[in-house]
Design a protein around this ligand. Structure first.
Ligand code: FES
Length: 138
């Protein structure tokens, strides 16, 4: 056995705590309002538990996520128009991948890595190049 008990810097980065209270996310430009139920988090298996991507996919908001939600692409790029201060800190992997996202803005985040704490409602815009994939659940 040669296990030295080392740690992968990415794996050891803290997993953000998902929201423990109800809040809503308005997805633009479709103006679909999703009411987030904390007890249902994680909604799925894609992206960090309770991340914008996790919440969106469960509600028919089909944000692109080529790498499967592990901060290894930039296709889940979104622009946070309100409530961005309630999101988890950007980790190193997100910062790196986001730098490749087309149309980067100061409010850009990777939706698979951004976990709202639920203290405020959010408004999240899905960039134009992702909108073809967007459809409502009903
Ligand atoms: S889905 Fe690939 S970085 Fe978010």
């Amino acid at each position: 056995m040669s296990c030295m008990g080392g740690s992968n810097p990415y794996i050891s980065q803290e997993i953000p705590q998902p929201a423990a209270q109800k809040f809503s996310i308005t997805f633009q430009p479709m103006n679909v309002v999703v009411e987030v139920q904390p007890e249902k988090i994680p909604y799925g298996v894609t992206g960090l538990p309770g991340s914008i991507l996790d919440i969106a996919l469960a509600h028919g908001i089909d944000i692109d996520h080529a790498c499967g939600g592990v901060a290894a692409c930039s296709t889940c790029h979104c622009i946070v128009r309100a409530g961005g201060e309630t999101l988890s800190e950007m980790n190193d992997a997100e910062e790196e991948e986001l730098s490749y996202a087309p149309g980067l803005t100061p409010n850009s985040r990777l939706s698979c890595q951004s976990v709202p704490d639920g203290s405020k409602d959010l408004v999240v815009e899905i960039p134009a190049w992702n909108r073809n994939a967007v459809r409502e659940a009903h």
